[in-house]
Design a protein around this ligand. Structure first.
Ligand code: NOJ
Length: 553
């Protein structure tokens, strides 16, 4: 028996090694489907975040966050929606864990709202025990159902007071305040939580919060604000990692990572050196901005060169990109136990010069243009084209650039068009099937991927788009006080991927969609009936699909 086992291990090892040869970037295997399964122990989950789902924005002692204030300002969010009640996750978390259990998920990724447990942002001022209790209950409920909690410490909801008093992430004092908050979370939850993500998508915090102003806190500090915010976020991440490493790791034995979101950038012309370099810059200004300091100790060379040169042309004495001291570089390098990766879409990239002086900005600093192929499917959000092969490329890029770190995919998913109430979401099943398959190919390429998190469990508050963009596996009826959840067909589809740990064989996989849609028509009827009821039977509210026309980019 032992001998058989050993032989089996040797064979597996040989297959694995031969499968892990370097990725061939010139090969154009963009459409083939790969049947096979993920390594044993691969973790399947879904994700959410506090402001997008919890609601209860001013309940039980919670302080306001920058998103509460931003959404309460007229004209900032589509239709002036707010996350005041959202999915009422604060009250319905038990039901939601039941949904997760039914899907046989291995993990659930959620975030802790900083002002829910520290209403003024500061640990030294007041700890809100009711907020702590909410997360305690959620964590306990997950564990009781054998679902591993994966906790994000910052999914964009900075305490509003810290914005008002200090200017938020423009101010270096956030580093210590965030560290205090994180330390409190380790102290209170760390006996049960082993997987921590410091920041979710810092690119978005920096660029959309401080450069374009589309997101809270809505500042438009072009050409400087994003770089400064990112600089402090990177320092804060490193500090929290060190805090965990020195104070908690030996007792709690957990992991601390960061979740970076990045699109893939493919050169428009793969034979044109300028396009190749532009595509490389696109990624370096996106994911590399954060990943390179954290894995390799400093900002990417391309960023230093381009922002430095542009700043010089503007007549500035120093680069708009801040500089890390040698001590800071070594303090920041290596502060990642795993890389969380959020990925949704791809762009074609070409070189484009932005002469200095005409609107200096983060975007102009990159000297490139983004394009899309009009043939790419765009089932939901305007920016989200389904380009599965870009995912495999991005994963291989991470492997080669950052020394093959352990990766957890922390977000991947697709929305539907505005007003769509069809729960038979064929486009989402197709998206998951193709993207997860590209991830499987990346595993075979030798990329060290340990888990996958579908975005999102529920339809929720999609930031400046309000409730108009639905990413959920479950549809949420936001007009109804109960915020009733209805399964979309993709719930069944994802369940099958999970129970098979991948795509076992063609015959079986091809039956999944058919089986998944068997249940969605009855859900459609239930939703239509609820719609009729809420409209007092006045109108016929059959299943409607609206496909607003929008131009290709
Ligand atoms: C990334 C963000 O982290 C998440 O909050 C958002 O809902 C998804 N992208 C979809 O846009």
């Amino acid at each position: 028996m032992q001998f058989i086992l050993r032989t089996h291990h040797v064979i597996t090892l040989v297959l694995w090694v031969s499968a892990s040869e370097d990725f061939d970037w010139t090969k154009n295997e963009k459409t083939s489907f790969y049947y096979g399964t993920f390594p044993t122990g691969f973790s399947w989950g879904v994700g959410s975040s506090a402001y997008q789902t919890e609601g209860a924005w001013n309940i039980d002692g919670k302080g306001a966050s920058i998103w509460d204030s931003f959404a309460h300002r007229k004209g900032k969010i589509f239709l002036n929606d707010t996350g005041d009640s959202s999915c009422e996750g604060y009250y319905k978390f038990k039901d939601d864990v039941t949904l997760m259990k039914d899907m046989k998920l291995n993990h659930y990724r959620f975030s802790v709202s900083w002002p829910r447990i520290l209403p003024s942002g500061l640990k030294s001022e007041r700890i809100n025990e009711k907020g702590i209790k909410y997360y305690d209950d959620l964590i306990n409920m997950l564990l009781a159902n054998k679902i591993t909690p994966v906790v994000t410490l910052y999914h964009w909801d900075l305490p509003q007071v810290l914005q008002e008093k200090y200017g938020g992430w423009q101010n270096v004092s956030m580093v210590d305040y965030f560290n205090d908050f994180a330390n409190l979370c380790f102290e209170r939850f760390g006996n049960r939580v082993r997987n921590w993500i410091t920041f979710n998508n810092p690119w978005s915090i920096a660029v959309e919060g401080y450069e374009t102003g589309e997101h809270a806190p809505g500042l438009k500090l072009k050409g400087t604000g994003a770089y400064r915010a990112a600089h402090h976020i990177i320092k804060a991440h490193a500090k929290v990692w060190h805090t965990y490493d020195t104070q908690w790791r030996s007792k709690q034995k957990g992991l601390v990572g960061i979740s970076l979101t990045a699109d893939w950038g493919e050169p428009v012309d793969v034979t044109n050196q300028r396009d190749i370099e532009a595509a490389e810059r696109y990624i370096q200004f996106y994911m590399g901005w954060f990943a390179t300091p954290i894995f390799n100790g400093d900002y990417p060379q391309a960023m230093k060169d381009y922002v430095g040169r542009k700043s010089g042309q503007q007549g500035l004495g120093a680069s708009r990109l801040p500089v890390f001291s040698p001590q800071e570089k070594s303090y920041i390098r290596g502060t990642c136990d795993f890389l969380g990766l959020g990925h949704f879409t791809t762009r074609y990239i070409t070189q484009k010069n932005y002469p200095s002086g005409v609107g200096d900005s983060y975007f102009a600093d990159r000297d490139l243009a983004e394009l899309v192929d009009p043939k790419w499917p765009d089932p939901g959000s305007e920016w989200l084209y389904s380009v599965p092969w870009g995912f495999r490329r991005l994963l291989n890029f991470v492997k080669t650039q950052y020394g093959n770190p352990m990766i957890y995919v922390t977000e991947n998913g697709v929305s539907e068009k505005m007003l769509c109430t069809d729960l038979c979401d064929d486009w989402r099943m197709q998206y998951f099937k193709d993207y997860i398959n590209e991830m499987l190919k990346a595993v075979k390429d030798g990329v060290n991927i340990k888990g996958y998190t579908a975005w999102s469990l529920l339809d929720n508050f999609e930031w400046d788009e309000g409730f108009s963009e639905r990413f959920g596996l479950y549809y949420v009826d936001f007009r109804n006080k109960n915020k009733t959840r209805y399964p979309k067909a993709s719930v069944q589809f994802y369940k099958r991927i999970i129970s098979s740990n991948g795509f076992p064989n063609q015959r079986e996989v091809e039956s999944w969609k058919r089986k998944a849609v068997e249940t969605c028509s009855s859900s459609n009827q239930l939703l239509a009936a609820a719609t009729r009821e809420s409209q007092g039977g006045q109108e016929h509210a059959g299943v409607q699909r609206a496909w607003p026309v929008h131009d290709e980019v």
